[in-house]
Design a binder for this molecule. Structure first.
Ligand SMILES: C[S@@+](CC[C@H](N)C(=O)[O-])C[C@H]1O[C@@H](n2cnc3c(N)ncnc32)[C@H](O)[C@@H]1O
Length: 235
């Protein structure tokens, strides 16, 4: 574990569901406090399964060093570690990270994952990774442009950036009160992060509908915005 890192457990029933879109409503106080309260309200927030777009986009990449920004309870980090990646899981919530680390310990993945508790608002990448993934890193306390620019900055030359979020036209019903500007399309991402040659090659810019399970067990249809890009040169 790193200075402000934690380890922990995880396993929920439905994954990409309600909570991914149940972004905070500009709650007072720090992001850490707000997310800790959110995680503390339930024994388990997410499904424990890796996000489907991560599996689809990363399964064929050679393993290396990966950073999962906003890793939550750690399912994606553990999926990566099981495939040979050396993983850093970063999140602002100590509660989420404690669950993630406990679960990783149970699975014997301690050595492969470093859990780092850090608010992206004050984080500067101090090293580069072969893969940087950010899955549903939606926060009203930090503009998505700012958070995801940090993700792009942490990708080494030849490495992969993978960003997945709720598409503004395909938000789940329980997220209807959230304004579309909090969310992004793949094209929004490419434009704001300047995913273009000579620094980047965009590999995937997509909107993908998928089925998920809502907070009350109801079937819902969601749309994911997916951007995958390869860094061709340093900034
Ligand atoms: C919707 S959850 C997604 C969690 C995980 N990626 C997944 O797909 O299950 C968003 C995550 O981003 C984290 N987060 C939000 N704002 C953050 C910030 N400013 N710095 C670091 N992490 C943050 C939250 O604690 C939460 O775990």
């Amino acid at each position: 574990m790193t200075k402000r890192s934690h380890s922990h457990e995880h396993d929920a029933d439905e994954h990409d569901t309600a909570e991914h879109a149940a972004v905070e409503d500009a709650a007072p106080g720090s992001a850490a406090r707000m997310w800790d309260e959110k995680y503390s309200s339930r024994s388990r927030m997410w499904s424990g399964e890796p996000n489907p777009q991560l599996v689809a986009e990363v399964a064929d990449l050679p393993a290396g060093e990966a950073l999962d920004l906003g890793c939550g309870e750690g399912a994606d980090a553990m999926w990566l570690a099981a495939r040979g990646w050396s993983v850093t899981g970063l999140d602002v919530s100590a509660v989420a990270l404690e669950r993630a680390a406990a679960h990783a310990r149970e699975r014997g993945q301690d050595a492969a994952i470093e859990w780092v508790q850090q608010d992206l608002a004050t984080w500067v990448p101090d090293r580069l990774f072969d893969l940087v993934t950010a899955q549903f890193l939606h926060s009203t306390q930090m503009p998505w442009q700012q958070a995801l620019q940090l993700a792009a900055a942490a990708v080494r030359t030849g490495g992969t950036l993978l960003i997945v979020g709720h598409h503004p036209d395909g938000l789940p019903p329980w997220g209807a009160h959230h304004t579309p500007e909090k969310f992004f399309t793949a094209e929004d991402l490419a434009r704001e992060l300047r995913i273009e040659e000579p620094l980047w090659r965009a590999e995937v810019l997509d909107s993908r509908r998928r089925s998920a399970v809502g907070p009350d067990g109801e079937a819902v249809s969601l749309t994911d915005a997916v951007l995958r890009a390869t860094r061709l040169a340093a900034q």
